[in-house]
Design a protein around this ligand. Sequence first.
Ligand code: ADP
Ligand code: ZN
Length: 715
Amino acid sequence: MYDHLKTYFGYDAFRPLQEEIILNVLEKRNTLVLMPTGGGKSLCFQLPALMFEGLTLVISPLIALMKDQVDTLRANGINAAYLNSSLDSGEIEDIQAEALSGELKILYIAPERMARVEFMLFLRRLKVSLIAVDEAHCISEWGHDFRPEYRNLNALRQTFPHVPCMALTATATMRVREDILRQLNMPDAPVFLSSHNRPNLHYTVKPKLQSTKQLLALLKEHKGESVIIYCFSRKDTESLTDDLNHAGFRAAPYHAGLSGELRSRTQERFIRDQVSIIVATIAFGMGIDKPDVRLVVHMDLPKTVEGYYQETGRAGRDSLPSDCVLFYSYGDKRKQDFFINQIEDESEKALAEKKLAQVVEYSELRSCRRKFLLEYFGEPVEMENCGTCDNCSATPTETHDATEIAQKILSTVLRTGERFGLAYICDVLRGSKQKRVLENHHENLSVYGVAKNIPLQQLREYVDLLLLKNYLTKQPGEYPTIGVSNLGKSALRDRESIFLPKPKSFTESIQKEKQVEDVAYEAALFEQLRDLRRSIAEEQNVPPFVIFGDKTLQEMAYYLPQTLGALGNIFGVGERKRKQFGTQFLTVIQVYTKTHGLVERITEDHDIPQQKIDRATTSGSTFQKTKELLEKKFSVAQIAKERNIAESTVVQHVLKLVEENPDLDISHLKPAADRFAVIQKAFQSSPTKLLTAVFNILEGKFTYEELRIARLFLS
Ligand code: ADP
Ligand code: ZN
């Protein structure tokens, strides 16, 4: 298995559950696989397909995806083909002949084919060793994407009762799961359920202030990378696209109002890296399988947490770090309320309200966003700090003296009788003329309008902070009311100073642009390799990621392999691709290495270099500064804070410093004993010593940084 994994796919380790699933299939047992998008489902049937004697049939509903998948397989030297309505009869005959001759290993088919008798007769003549049903939730009427053609699969199962069947999906509730098992007549098949966690996705919510300006700043950090931006309306997508193009980005709009032809052309250009930003309504996404989307932005509030999770899930399928940013303003909720109020069916309306309230809760959350998302999907989560959402990775925000505003809020809650919710309290504080306020005669209170000049969003944040710090309490229920705790009462009575973190909507506007990081892979070389990849892809008429993924190019730009042998050690470089493209990539690397006076780095360990390095900014002094702080026994986090650089950069420094001065005392960096024990065990149990493998064994519970440091202490 490991041989095939490296030779055909160029990978050194399995992702979580892949190995278990494949072993199960090789035993010729039926299986149901539930894995999040990007989890690596395809490999679960592609690898067994190579190991079985006959042919593997793959049922897939998305014609556009079939071609990409088949192109990718062929580029890896695997004999695959597809049959769907995009082919003419001559092409179909050729492929059928190839399948009958036994040369084909994998055949993708569209489910509607199976409604034809002559097609079923053709299938009967094949030696089928595995049936894989992709997007299996389409078989269920209870799912969100029911496709009647999928019911034809009953017939397929009856035709091949003894052939193992594997169903795969990213989204399936309990009900859909049971439905899949029943429809495919495999009631006892084991279900492999992998975590919804996507450790490489970084979740952030930003207060929406001047959203276009904020967006431009964000896009600058992702210049040249693939980005999807979701907007509320078609009109917004059009006008935002214009703004972006004026600002020098390559963007295209995508929504249901455009012709089908234009939409598929836009998709195609996106997949081929000819346009880097898609500005879309939620119509965009189904059928997009681009592995290297680095940023997904929501300019407006999503309608449901499920939808949000699915849309952000389109980022970082290749497991490289990617960002999911939501711009939130409470005003947007009111915008959505307007549409919800137009729903006539009462129960449907109530459901929509509830779903929206959950999205608001997510947006206003002060604790770990990942934990919220996972718990939303019913996954128990123990960790409190994931390290990779804005709330967990924020350096503790500065506190400031908020006594005045806090007193105003506490008094308002008391004087209105502790009977109202957040929105109402803010209305009174801001002197709103809302009917309800006037009916209660609250315009006569002395606190009415005392916070007139504080933006609503900021005020809401202050209330949240007072809740968080237990000055206020919240009575749960459908309309939660806010009260003042004993702590709050005594603070008010004794005129105590109240210190609170600065609200985000306050700090955001004055935040500096993110600093460009130094060190790791050669950014300029990476760009050259991307160019080469694009021109080969154009020549061969396939999407660029079919040639090599970003991670592969980044590793090349880090390890700088000088021989075909060394190139073969790079992630994602299998036998076939090495033979086919190796020399071309090698030449670019060699020239770059030489002109910059660099040398090859040894690939015995597959660290993933995840930061760019710009030649110009690497200087000796930055290492020296880190070294001085290390000698003062600063921790990695402290150094990062002190120097205002990323922890990962500090770790890069540490590794380099230790390499050059083996006597440097870094014993204070050793992880705590219990954590270290877990990491040590993972290294021991890992089939390879590659960091990615260990990272996966630990299911992303430890950061690469911690693993890199810990490895220094393994004997
Ligand atoms: P899914 O169908 O679950 O959304 P894919 O099968 O498309 O996910 O896989 C997502 C990405 O992960 C692809 O780029 C694939 O090549 C990559 N991948 C799959 N398995 C591995 C592995 N064991 N090691 C590294 N990358 C992998
Ligand atoms: Zn978190």
